[in-house]
Design a protein around this ligand. Structure first.
Ligand SMILES: *[C@@H]1O[C@H](CO)[C@@H](O)[C@H](O)[C@H]1NC(C)=O
Ligand SMILES: *[C@@H]1O[C@H](CO)[C@@H](O)[C@H](O)[C@H]1NC(C)=O
Length: 376
């Protein structure tokens, strides 16, 4: 597959997605206005809506003209994979691709308690419908107040308070249960205390070493982001070193966000395909853990990497931690993709993924520490 596309084309796709979103919201607004519930004739469409509609039409005309100027012969030069991405775009345009979910989600009474449907919200977000459109109800809180003394003081407590979570939608009804199901997910945080300090294979990068590398390069690590960071153990380990790390995490099948927050860390509830809610060039470090792997559509992966590049400062580090893919894809697809960032390879280690799935699919791991050029 080719990654080549022009910035122009990309801009066009994103603009179109934005226009589509606007049309969608206009549609929503106007269909609300013409709701058949009221026997009265619908009120006139406000002027500013008409004005917006006019602007959108003008934009579409302009874009269509632009496209025709660019490709007088071909029908469209937008690569199909980019069009696919536009469905996964972070501008909420993908909400309309799942009308049944959206309809269910948007059925609620304003100014009352929201329906208890965090699983539905999770499904919509994972399908690219984010930010979620529901704005006018109160989200449910857990029944009991958490006694302040049951909140852990350090980010690696031996247990987390159960009554801080609404368990309705989970099979497990306690952190203990989650921990029994899979002790590696960090629901008993104390188990993770040495996770980022150990060196068992070349695929590991102990935090101590990370700091040495940064110090040797006269680079400061103060602020970071952990992409797909589960229960926040990396942020916790960095907290002990006085580094602030925020963690993006989803609540798929487990209350990851609550677990991160109970450790006194910041969870960002966002899927991998969403633009990072951070300004350009503000972070010293971004870590991509195992959530970033070959299961992500390639286009999304490419956007993710470019967005990570956007938020990293010059000289900042990207740590790809145990990324896995098929061996041949690493060589032919992912390594070239990472190479396009133009980062300095401080560390680049690969190794066979030796669990059952890894052996069956010929998968390999990559752990890389990459430094963004100081200036561009
Ligand atoms: C973190 O900050 C605290 C309070 O300022 C200080 O006592 C501690 O030594 C610092 N830890 C590290 C690893 O720098
Ligand atoms: C990794 O796996 C490949 C085949 O899948 C094998 O040829 C190679 O020897 C393995 N490497 C190591 C270091 O085990």
């Amino acid at each position: 597959m080719s990654f080549t596309f022009t910035t122009m084309t990309l801009n066009l796709v994103l603009l179109m997605a934005m226009v589509a979103t606007n049309i969608l919201s206009l549609y929503h607004l106007s269909s609300t206005l013409q709701s058949p519930k009221s026997p009265k004739p619908p009120p006139p469409v406000p002027d500013q809506l008409l004005h917006q509609l006019h602007t959108i039409r003008a934009t579409i005309n302009h874009l269509t003209r632009l496209q025709n100027i660019n490709n007088p012969t071909k029908k469209s030069t937008i690569p199909s994979d980019l069009l696919l991405y536009s469905h996964l775009s972070p501008i909420a345009s993908s909400c309309h691709n799942h009308p049944e979910l959206l309809h269910k989600y948007m059925t609620y009474t304003p100014f009352s308690l929201c329906p208890s449907d965090s699983d539905l919200a999770e499904s919509l977000i994972l399908r690219g419908c984010h930010p979620l459109p529901r704005r006018r109800c109160f989200s449910k809180t857990p029944q009991k107040q958490i006694p302040p003394n049951s909140l852990p003081k350090n980010p690696f407590p031996s247990s987390l308070p159960n009554n801080a979570v609404i368990w309705d939608h989970y099979q497990c009804k306690s952190f203990d249960c989650l921990n029994k199901q899979n002790p590696n997910l960090g629901f008993q945080p104390s188990r993770d205390i040495s996770r980022f300090n150990s060196y068992k294979t070349d695929l590991d990068l102990p935090i101590q070493q990370l700091f040495q590398i940064a110090a040797a390069a006269k680079s400061v690590l103060r602020l970071g982001l952990d992409v797909g960071g589960g229960t926040g153990s990396f942020a916790a380990a960095m907290r002990l070193r006085n580094v602030t790390v925020v963690t993006t995490t989803m609540n798929v099948a487990a209350p990851n966000s609550e677990a991160v927050a109970l450790r006194g860390l910041v969870p960002l509830h966002m899927p991998l395909q969403q633009r990072l809610p951070l300004f350009d060039g503000v972070l010293d470090l971004v870590r991509c853990g195992r959530a970033v792997n070959r299961w992500i559509p390639l286009t999304v992966m490419e956007f993710l990497l470019l967005d990570v590049d956007r938020v990293l400062r010059g000289g900042g580090y990207l740590w790809v931690d145990h990324f896995f893919s098929k061996g041949v894809d690493l060589e032919k697809v992912y390594a070239p993709l990472i190479g396009k960032l133009g980062y300095k390879k401080v560390k680049w280690a690969t190794g066979n993924k030796t669990d059952a799935g890894g052996v069956k699919n010929g998968e390999v791991y990559l752990t890389a520490l990459l430094q963004k050029p100081v200036s561009r």
